[in-house]
Design a protein around this ligand. Structure first.
Ligand code: 5GP
Ligand code: ZN
Length: 136
């Protein structure tokens, strides 16, 4: 399934050129057009899924092993000092392109980049209530 209006469908399927790092029958990994560090890449399926919620299980099952493989290759070739793997769903979470993708972000001691997560300050009671809500 492809979406005619989706730029990542066109990139993933080679209709729009990209700096491709890896390609197979189901995925393409490309350099991000606006990298936050040297080597910042995007892993995307060739089929169109808006986000993680819509991702087919069989595709999901292949995505993390590929992310792991790319992290190893990129770390070796780039000599980076660490690695972030980030995946955004919906606008509030920072998603701007609505075709599922995983950010592969090499980190360097001197990259001066901040990918910030700050504690929101919940009480122990609130934490207990959250667990009750989610746990099955
Ligand atoms: P999101 O914010 O949806 O998680 O990530 C979208 C990413 O796609 C951004 O980092 C942005 O720089 C990148 N991006 C948007 N359009 C293009 C494009 O046409 N080509 C490439 N290579 N990256 C793109
Ligand atoms: Zn798409």
């Amino acid at each position: 399934m492809r979406d005619e209006n989706c730029i990542f469908c066109k990139i993933a399927n080679g209709e729009i050129p990209s700096r491709t790092l890896y390609e197979d029958d189901a995925f393409r990994v490309i350099l991000d057009l606006n990298p936050v560090t040297k080597g910042h890449a995007l892993l995307m399926p060739k089929e169109h899924y808006k986000n993680l919620y819509e991702l087919e299980d069989s595709t999901a099952a292949k995505a993390l092993p590929l992310a792991k493989k790319m992290a190893a290759v990129m770390t070796e070739k780039l000599g980076c000092d660490g690695f972030n793997v980030i995946q955004n769903n919906h606008e509030i979470a920072g998603q701007t392109v609505f075709h599922f993708h995983i950010h592969l972000i090499p980190r360097y001691h001197d990259d001066k980049q901040q990918l910030v997560m700050k504690p929101c300050g919940m009480t122990a009671e609130e934490m207990d209530a959250v667990r009750e809500l989610i746990a099955e």
